[in-house]
Design a binder for this molecule. Structure first.
Ligand SMILES: [Zn+2]
Length: 95
């Protein structure tokens, strides 16, 4: 009989733990979630400031990520297109 009550008490405890866990999980998770969303709203997406590079052939300015890079000795040259790079390579050969 004592063992039976012990078992019953264990079940009650397990239920209580489950309930408590669920309650804590819900409140903390919801809190976290709301914080996450408000943070996302309050902070605007970072605007990437890109350096503009000058094409040595045609003289146009191109953002670094869109340019065609060419390592020329210690310098890195930035071209607007493959044709400009080819032109540069041709003039290099002639010199
Ligand atoms: Zn160019």
């Amino acid at each position: 009989m004592i063992a039976f009550f012990g078992f019953l008490r264990l079940i009650v405890l397990v239920f209580l733990f489950c309930f408590l866990f669920k309650y804590l999980y819900n409140t903390f998770w919801k809190h976290k979630k709301s914080n996450f969303f408000t943070n996302k709203k309050s902070t605007p997406p970072p605007i990437k400031e890109e350096q503009m590079k000058k094409d040595p052939i045609c003289g146009t300015y191109i953002p670094e990520s869109l340019s065609i890079k060419y390592k020329h000795g210690k310098k890195t040259l930035f071209f607007c297109s493959e044709s400009c790079k080819e032109k540069f390579l041709k003039t290099e050969k002639n010199n």
